[in-house]
Design a protein around this ligand. Structure first.
Ligand code: FAD
Ligand code: N01
Length: 562
């Protein structure tokens, strides 16, 4: 292994000319071995390209390798949250639940790695700290934390949108004597909360999934909530053999519909969340208060799914929020707790939708209490727990379910430098700027999978990952065939795309002034408030990407040469 320290570009390139470095020269360097990195490696091999994957973790799986908290599972039907690139793979793999739990998804990622013999080109326990473009050689040099260097004609960042845990800085954290966990970096050996008094901070998807499970085990669970969330019952359950067989017969059609859809999910046969499929067709603004109350009584939270105008009309949205709060009051026995759990003041649908199993019911357990931080926030952590403006709470263990530095976090933690040594952090100082969420001006031959400006986190990410990987693979094949050595987004194309991404997001609940979501970077102090994903839809976006190709990679500058 050759070890070098970060040095000016000219020195780095001189280093790479020694013979040992030949072992580290590839067509393609891929950072990350989650679903994106695994498929990129598979595609590279199919194209006859040499590729190396560098992965910080000790195994494949990405999200599903790191997020092992109790209750972790996906909220897309399993039959749809899976690769489509191999007919044999999709026919042979058997899912056991409508929406699979983390261990099963991790098994699937491992199976894919083994089945296609991918591991031999993946270097685990290897965190990339820098990547720099050598303009003279049209080559990316990627440096790891262990100071190992790799050269690639192309570099693909498959670093994930939700892979950097957000750990709020609470004063006195180092004084706390109990165990501390983050849902996004859960111990691999698991955690036994039996007999313990546990505190948990955060009521996003990870908190809402883990709270019911931790409550079943712990002596007591105290939920520290800053903002109540909207969450719908998941109605998860076992996946019948008959249904699975039928779906497998229809896979070609299912995949085609996924790819053309808005979010990459068609809820094939069982509807989103495993409940009966329900296409929103009614207008909530045309209902009376009595009708809405009756519907809530009959159908609970699911009644809201009837209405199409909730997503498009703010008055309709507020009526749906009222229905939602009525149902919270019906489920949660204690009036004060119910009131604290009711979301108010921001629209339904502005944050990532959450689905749950027995979330509200959990607050009826005698060992669970809610601390509404809006009535008095956290002052600091102490040796025994957490001190708030409304009193002190003692814990044996504390869980941060506080989310991620999403979409840009993993990319900005790598010192990525393009032309003239310009850093990506500088390029993105006012928020991420990309062309199609795939490429950036000033960073030739660098691609991002599900980058900001693409449907990514607003979609079934397996569908978006496959589309990006295929696009990148086709692009490299075409470049090699045509003798192009560099591809780079033009300034105009990048600017137009950023404008388009902002334009389509305008007026949606996502960008409401009252909304503080991680989509907007609002969860990270100091992060520019920009809506990062592309809301135009998976189908429309795919057409745009295809059109760019048909036009000879419109919006990209190509450089030809040896
Ligand atoms: P990741 O799985 O995040 O993999 C990125 C990999 O890159 C990681 O292994 C990381 O270690 C590695 N990496 C990052 N930086 C570096 C570096 N500097 N050096 C080396 N390695 C690095 N999406 C859905 O569509 N449906 C769902 O139901 C769903 N559920 C989710 C549940 C949870 C708990 C979370 C956190 C996310 C969920 N997602 C879901 C989103 C999920 O992230 C994607 O579906 C998908 O797994 C992303 O795959 P990826 O390969 O792009 O990224
Ligand atoms: O993170 P989040 P997550 N003090 O950012 C609170 C995917 N995912 O890990 O709302 C006090 O949503 C914060 O409060 P507030 C999915 O895409 C999917 O739960 O900022 N509280 C919030 O309550 C999801 O959207 C699944 O006021 C603080 C919580 O922590 C994404 O990952 C499951 C705080 C963070 O919620 C992220 O979800 C899990 C502070 N300083 C994850 N800082 C599925 O089911 C943060 N919070 C598919």
């Amino acid at each position: 292994m050759i070890r070098i320290s970060l040095s000016p570009l000219s020195d780095m390139y001189a280093d790479t000319k020694n013979t040992e470095m030949k072992n580290h020269r590839y067509d393609l360097l891929i950072v990350g071995a989650g679903f994106a990195g695994l498929y990129m490696l598979y595609r590279a091999r199919k194209l006859g390209l040499s590729a190396r994957v560098l992965e910080a973790g000790l195994d494949v799986g990405g999200t599903w390798y790191w997020n092992r908290y109790p209750g972790a599972r996906c909220d897309v039907p399993s039959m749809e949250y899976s690769y489509s690139f191999s007919e044999a793979l999709q026919q042979e793999w058997r899912w056991t639940e409508v929406m699979a739990a983390q261990p099963e998804i991790l098994d699937y990622a491992r199976h894919v790695a083994d089945r296609f013999d991918l591991r031999k080109d993946i270097q685990f326990s290897t965190r990339v700290k820098a990547a720099q473009f050598d303009e003279e050689a049209s080559t990316w040099q990627v440096i790891t934390e262990a100071e190992e260097a790799f050269l690639g004609r192309f570099c693909v960042m498959a670093t994930g949108c939700l892979s950097v845990p957000n750990m709020p800085e609470l004063a006195g954290q180092e004084d706390f004597q109990g165990a501390v966990y983050h849902t996004g970096a859960w111990p691999h050996e698991g955690v036994d909360f039996s007999g313990l008094n546990v505190g948990i901070l955060g009521t996003g998807s990870s908190g809402i999934q883990s709270i019911p499970e931790i409550a079943k085990q712990a002596n007591s669970l105290t939920v520290l909530q800053r903002t109540p969330n909207y969450t719908m019952p998941a109605h998860n359950g076992p996946l019948s053999e008959a249904f699975q067989a039928e779906a497998k017969k229809n896979y070609a059609e299912i995949r085609e519909h996924q790819r053309a859809s808005q979010i990459g999910i068609i809820g094939y046969g069982f509807g989103f969340g495993g409940a009966k499929a329900m296409t929103p067709s009614q207008q909530i603004v045309e209902t009376t208060a009595e009708e809405r109350e009756r519907l809530v009584e009959q159908e609970g939270f699911s009644a809201i799914r009837r209405f199409a105008d909730v997503a498009t009309d703010s008055d309709a949205n507020e009526l749906a929020c009222e229905m939602y709060r009525i149902q919270v009051a019906r489920v949660v026995h204690d009036g004060e707790t119910a009131e604290a759990l009711m979301p108010r003041g921001y629209p339904m649908g502005c944050k990532r939708p959450v689905i749950d199993t027995d979330y509200y019911e959990t607050f009826n357990r005698p060992n669970v209490r809610l601390v509404d931080l809006r009535k008095g926030g956290i002052r600091q952590m102490t040796a025994s727990g957490v001190s708030t403006e409304q009193g002190d709470f003692a814990f044996d263990a504390f869980v941060f379910a506080t989310g991620f530095d999403a979409m840009t976090g993993a990319l900005e933690r790598i010192d990525i430098r393009g032309r003239q040594g310009r850093s990506l952090v500088d390029h993105w100082h006012a928020g991420p700027r990309t062309y199609l969420g795939l490429a950036m001006r000033g960073f030739p031959n660098l691609f991002t999978i599900t980058g900001p400006g693409s449907p990514s986190v607003l979609s079934n990410m397996l569908v978006s990952i496959e589309q990006h990987v295929d696009w990148i693979g086709d692009c490299i094949r075409w470049m090699d065939g045509a003798g192009h050595r560099e591809i780079e987004a033009t300034e105009a194309a990048e600017a137009q795309w950023v404008e388009h991404v902002n334009e389509v997001a305008e007026g949606t609940p996502y960008t409401a002034a009252s909304c503080n979501s991680w989509y907007l970077g609002a969860n990270i102090p100091g992060k520019p408030r920009i809506f990062m994903p592309y809301v135009g839809g998976v189908g429309r976006y795919r057409e745009t990407c295809d059109h760019v190709v048909e036009q000879g990679y419109a919006g990209f500058h190509l450089r030809t040469g040896p």
